[in-house]
Structures are given as C-alpha cells and as structure tokens.
Design a protein around this ligand. Structure first.
Ligand code: SF4
Length: 468
C-alpha cells in the first residue's frame, strides 16, 4: 500500500483531537459478526503513535467513521450554515450518515458543495422528498425472497445478502430501507438458511454475495461462507459486490486476497462512480485483487450532479480498464425513496452510451440498464443503431453517422427447434472437447498411447492385412 500523504496524516490527527473532546462519535455498537472492532480508543500519549499508523488499518476507519456534522465540519475544515445544520438533523433522523475518514479525505474543501464525493456522502434534505413513483423497495427484493437473505429473481442465480451494514452510507443507496440497520444484521444461523436454500435449489449456478457490504464481515466469516458455497456442486461461480475498493481500499489486505484465492472461481464487482474516486490507494487495492486472478467489474450509478456527463464517464471507464476493471453496468438510478434529486432522464444515459460506443474500446463500454421497478430485473437500454429493416437487408448506422447495409444470407435455413436435442441435426454437444493430437505430436504426447505412424499405402501392412 502507498505511504500516507500529509493530507491524510492531518485528517488522522484532527480525528484524534475531535474524539478526545467527544468520545460519543465512535460506533457505540458493533455487531459480533463484524470484524473485531479492536481496542477502544483512549487518547493517551501512549496510543498516539497507534493513531498515526492507524490510517492504513481498515478497522481504524470503521471505528472512526464520521457520523455527526461537527466532526464532518472540523475534518473538512469548513463551516456549515445554520440552515444546513437543521437540514442535516432532519435528514439523518430518517437516513443516517456514516463516512470513512479515507473517503472524506477525497473531498476538495475549497469547493465542497460541488464535490462528487461530498454529494455521495453528505446528507441532503432533498432525500426527504418522496415522489409519487417512489418506493421503499422498488426492485421487490422482499417479494422475490424465498428465504431471509436470498433474492431469487433470475433462473440460475441468486443474490445472497450477508451484511446490511457498510463502511459508509452512500446517499444514493437503493437499499436505504435496510442498510445500516445493525439490529437485523444476519448471523450465522440466518446465513445457514440461505446456504441451505442454495443447496436445495440445483438450478442456482451463480451466487452474488451482497449487502450492505459483504466485506464488513471478518475474513474468517467470509472464508466460512465461501467454503460452504464451494461444497455445493451446482454452484459454479461466486461473485462479491463491494464498494470497499472505493470507500475504504485498505480493506483489501493481502490476507483477504490470499483467502479469496482459495475459493476460485471468484468474481468481484465494485462501484466507482467518478474518476476522482480512483486514487493511489484504490489502485493498489485493485492491483491486489487482479493479481490474485479475480476478474474485476464495476457498476456505476448514473447520478445527477455527480457523474451525468459523457466525458466524465468516458474518463472513468478508461481509468477502470487501465486498472484491469471491466466497466460492467451503468445503472439508471432506481425509484427508491429519497433519490429523486439524483435521477436523470433516461435520455441522459442513452446520450452517455452514444458517446462511448465506437469512441472508446468496446470493453470500456458498460451496458446501460434500468433495473425494472416491480422486480423484472435489468433491462438493457441503448441508442438505436438499426435505421430500417427489409426482407433481406438491415440498414444500420455507426457511431460516426455512417449509414450502411448488411445483406442477410439468402441460403439460411432455420433449424426447427422442438427441444428434442437428441434428434437435432445441430448435434448439440455441450461437454468439453477432448484434445486430439496430430502427426508426430501424437507420438510425443503422454496423453496418447499411439507408438507408431504408418502411411496408408504401406505394402508390408497390406500384406499383413491380406494374411489376416
Ligand atoms: S456500499 Fe452499496 S449497499 Fe452500502 S450504502 Fe453504498 S450503495 Fe448502499
């Protein structure tokens, strides 16, 4: 991990002073299943050296998560107006605040009101505006939950909620209704019920560990969950969805990654929304994960006033690709309560995709989706590239506006599909092919028992065959 910058050191020192005056700023309660909170802070001179080195310790950031406006103000070195203070009090009654010192340190104090990190972390009174179309659970995750902790929406995969707390609470969180409720933090008993459901449902081949943030659990608990899932034969792949590389990259320790390596194939999706979130520390975290052979993806949420700019999204995606992260989805902001001020028109998303496709590498273009209200799943949205369509031609346009014709094959005969695959002339063979060795390669190979090759018209062999 990189060295601590002077800016970060100063923030660590300011946190120490604030907590010295007001020890209530600490987490008052840490659920048992969350990684051990470590010793309580006593700001004696003896512990001062620990403070200075605490910055790179992820548990330190969790312990010193900023939850009140005074600390936020002092750490940032700004002064909020009385109106902001009153609005903060009203908003946090419904949607509490928690920000890691690391994430807060990314805010530019001179222009904090326009800062993308500030807007994603500081409560706005607009969160209290509930529009007619808003819902507390727009994706109907509770309705599609056959057992607590599991959302089973698509045929072959499930979402497994293993945590409902995060190191910081994103103001745009779609699960605002439950994230942060420590009293309903799933324990081992609840998790076993989820694992049991997966075990009893053979069509589930892909499990997405989600939350809250799954990386709020200790390495030991994660190791146990991944181990239990690994024992289920029909689970072919496990994915982890976590915002830690963005809001607390120090969580991606070598120990964590070494543990992950035992559980391949493991995929990891994170949630960068703005290029400023990519720092030396988050790069180091992504490098660790990628070096461990974990395929990395990113899910961005399109947020008004934060990242609703085609140029900015292009920069973000190109930076991600440079760090071996594949931009996977760009989400239209959900209809969750309190997110109205973050929502853009759908046209903005289409405009952004228009500025990406063709203008940058295909793998730097995420799929723009609307997660359908009512629980229908993700629906891809994109600009229209088909201009017209006739009996044997499709008229298309490219990203430059070039209009072109694709002639469809005249000889194509559709295969009649009655789902009777055994008699189908496509010879459906889904098993792995067996590698065939050819020529001298056959004799050299240890996997082939052939010991000699003979030309077809060899006279000696013909004689041998005639005698036989
Ligand atoms: S990390 Fe994810 S689940 Fe947690 S608050 Fe942010 S968006 Fe919500």
């Amino acid at each position: 991990m990189p060295k601590i910058s002077d800016k970060h050191r100063k923030i660590a020192q300011r946190i120490a002073k604030i907590l010295a005056r007001n020890p209530k700023n600490r987490f008052s309660h840490t659920p048992r299943s969350v990684a051990s909170p470590g010793p309580e802070l006593h700001l004696s001179s003896k512990q001062w050296s620990d403070w200075k080195s605490g910055w790179t310790d992820w548990k330190w950031h969790i312990r010193h998560s900023i939850r009140d406006i005074n600390s936020f103000e002092r750490l940032l070195g700004v002064k909020f107006s009385e109106t902001t203070r009153k609005a903060f009090a009203r908003t946090t009654e419904k949607f509490p605040m928690a920000v890691t010192p690391y994430y807060l340190s990314l805010i530019e104090p001179d222009d904090y009101e326009n800062d993308p990190v500030f807007r994603q972390s500081f409560p706005s009174p607009q969160e209290l505006i509930i529009e007619r179309s808003d819902m507390s659970d727009p994706l109907h995750e509770e309705e599609d939950s056959p057992t607590p902790g599991i959302t089973h929406r698509y045929p072959d995969r499930v979402l497994f909620h293993i945590s409902n707390i995060c190191s910081m609470y994103c103001r745009h969180c779609t699960r605002k209704r439950k994230v942060g409720d420590q009293d309903t933090m799933p324990g081992k008993k609840e998790m076993l019920k989820g694992i049991q459901y997966i075990r009893n449902t053979p069509q589930v081949r892909d499990v997405l560990l989600s939350g809250g943030d799954p990386l709020m659990l200790s390495d030991e608990r994660l190791d146990w969950i991944l181990g239990e899932l690994g024992k289920i034969n029909h689970v072919e792949v496990v994915r982890i969805g976590s915002r830690m590389p963005v809001v607390l990259p120090y969580r991606i320790t070598q120990d964590l990654v070494d543990m992950f390596k035992k559980h391949h194939p493991l995929w990891f999706n994170t949630h960068f929304n703005h290029p400023r979130e990519i720092t030396a520390t988050s790069r180091a975290a992504l490098t660790r994960l990628a070096d461990a052979g974990i395929p990395l993806g990113n899910q961005t949420v399109l947020l008004a006033g934060v990242n609703d700019c085609q140029r900015l999204i292009r920069t973000l995606n190109q930076k991600l690709v440079k760090n071996r992260v594949r931009p996977y989805y760009i989400y239209q902001c959900d209809l969750s309560e309190g997110l109205t001020h973050f929502r853009t028109p759908v046209g903005k998303g289409i405009e952004i995709v228009e500025s990406l496709r063709g203008h940058t590498s295909g793998f730097a273009v995420p799929t723009y989706v609307i997660d359908s209200p009512g629980g229908g799943g993700k629906i891809p949205i994109m600009p229209n590239y088909i201009v017209s369509w006739g009996a044997n031609k499709v008229i298309l346009r490219n990203f430059e506006g070039v209009i072109t014709t694709y002639s469809e094959p005249e000889s194509y005969q559709a295969t009649f599909c009655d789902r009777n695959c055994k008699s189908c002339n496509l010879k459906l063979k889904e098993d792995d092919a067996v590698e065939q060795c050819v020529g001298i390669e056959k004799l050299l190979s240890d996997s082939d028992t052939t010991c000699s090759l003979t030309p077809m018209d060899n006279v000696r062999m013909e004689r041998r065959n005639n005698v036989a």
